[in-house]
Design a protein around this ligand. Structure first.
Ligand code: AMP
Length: 451
């Protein structure tokens, strides 16, 4: 997963501050590294480093040195390619007297095949990420017509990609024909913004115009916004995990609001698996809207039974089980005063390895909870994601090898229930086939064996 942004200003206003603020609002999409490139029509400048946006752009100087009226930014959450300074985006390539910078969110499933072929042809790569293959192909097909170069590139790349390019005098954004990963277009006066989520547009003072459509190529230049399409169509497959977990609550992506989706998931879980308890407790933050929905639908009071340490990073990607357990402890602590003597239902968005739920249930019991039931606002994650969500290898997915009853036993819950796939579609107010649900169903819209 990653967050991407591009800003084009018709005036010669430097855009680096807007990119910086926008990237801050996309920080949840990637905490490993951050970077910005800008162009003033002549020169391209870049600043990028490992770390959070605030740490990468520490001084006024880091931003003021980026003079340009158009630019792009990126926050990275490593999936393919691993953790390395070499992989920090935006990447820059030089072709036919022009520079092209690229920010990419998603995962190509045929990356290794493409890369091997290009290497056999003599191409040398500087990173370990699929983004460089996209940049290389665009450069290869570019001879002044960027739209045609992108269309030819789209003929060869398979999988999930939302991409923003910065050319000398233009920003160009495109989205794969399935629309796996989000991409929105916004406006602030005469400035245009493209971004993974609308929060980035709103925070810098603009408003969202629309989603970039699956298969659409948007060129933003002096003449405004121009739209083109990749001719080969594909069924819409928006990643449902964006709404389950990944996007911010204020995200309005492809006509689904993440907060309402999550709240409705709570209501639907209550309808699908009602139970008799004293208190509904969320696993903060992603479980909050669904716990509110569950509490409102059931009439059972909502309580904050877990205190979150807001300064802890992601617990999910720690390499060893011991570290992951410790990280959950550091991140969430039970509130004895709220849970003692109570029968509680705990709402979380997903169970992946089972670390979080097992740890929290035990500690809630230690804090005096009489019963701890678990309700999950996604179906069991049984399959790895090849389109950009950081799910571990299938061997580590608890639901890939255990039934719900077995998982209930392993995590130590009094009862465990997951929302159904149909329930998810109902929460999104769309047909199920409009979403990619591969991590739950194993129904992969693009063949992942191309890997
Ligand atoms: P686990 O502890 O392995 O069962 O993971 C489930 C917990 O991790 C839940 O509390 C989720 O909110 C969170 N989570 C799920 N998917 C991801 C992801 N791709 N990246 C980071 N955290 C995640």
């Amino acid at each position: 997963m990653c967050g991407i942004i591009g800003v084009y200003s018709k005036d010669t206003v430097p855009v680096s501050k807007k990119l910086f603020y926008g990237l801050n609002s996309l920080q949840h999409r990637g905490q490993e590294s951050a970077g910005i490139t800008v162009s003033d029509g002549e020169q391209i400048k870049r600043h990028r480093a490992m770390g959070l946006v605030m740490d990468v752009f520490k001084s006024e100087e880091d931003l003021s040195s980026l003079q340009g009226n158009l630019g792009i930014g990126h926050v990275r959450y490593s999936t393919s390619g691993g953790v390395s300074e070499l992989n920090i985006q935006p990447l820059i390539g030089f072709v036919k007297d022009e520079s092209i910078a690229i920010s990419h969110n998603g995962n190509l499933v045929n990356y290794h095949v493409l890369r091997s072929r290009l290497e056999e042809e003599g191409m040398m790569f500087q990173t370990k990420i699929d983004t460089e293959v996209i940049l290389y192909l665009i450069a290869r097909y570019y001879s002044g017509d960027i739209v045609s170069a992108i269309q030819r590139t789209m003929d060869r790349i398979e999988g999930a990609y939302s991409v923003i390019l910065q050319l000398k005098d233009r920003i160009v954004a495109f989205r794969d024909p399935y629309g796996f990963r989000p991409l929105v277009l916004g406006q602030d006066g005469e400035d245009y913004i493209v971004s993974s989520e609308n929060a980035a547009v709103e925070i810098i003072g603009g408003s969202m115009l629309r989603n970039v459509a699956p298969g659409e190529i948007v060129v933003i230049d002096e003449g405004g916004v121009h739209s083109y399409f990749y001719e080969k169509k594909a069924p819409r497959k928006n990643c449902v995990f964006e709404y389950v977990y990944f996007a911010r609550n204020d995200a309005n992506l492809d006509d689904v609001n993440a907060y309402n989706f999550r709240r409705r998931c709570g209501e639907i879980l209550w309808e699908e698996k009602p139970l008799d308890v004293d208190l509904v407790i969320p696993v903060p933050d992603s479980g909050i809207p669904s716990a509110i929905g569950f509490a409102q639908a059931s009439g059972i009071p909502f309580g904050e039974g877990l205190v979150k340490n807001r300064y802890m990073g992601r617990t999910f990607i720690k390499p060893t089980q011991k570290e992951r357990d410790m990280a959950v402890k550091l991140k969430l602590n039970p509130l004895v005063e709220v849970v003692e003597g109570k029968r509680i239902v705990l709402l979380d968005d997903s169970i992946v390895r089972g670390t979080t739920s097992k740890n929290l249930i035990q500690r809630l019991r230690d804090a005096g909870a009489k019963e701890v039931h678990m309700r999950i606002t996604s179906p069991p994650v049984k399959y790895s994601c090849y389109y950009g969500i950081d799910t571990p290898n299938r061997n580590n997915l608890i639901a890939a090898h255990h039934s719900v009853e077995e998982m209930e036993e392993i995590i130590g819950a009094d009862s465990l229930a997951f929302i159904s796939l149909e329930g998810l579609a109902k929460a999104g107010k769309k047909d199920l086939d409009q979403f990619c649900t591969a991590c739950f169903s194993g129904d992969y819209p693009v063949d992942p064996t191309l890997i």
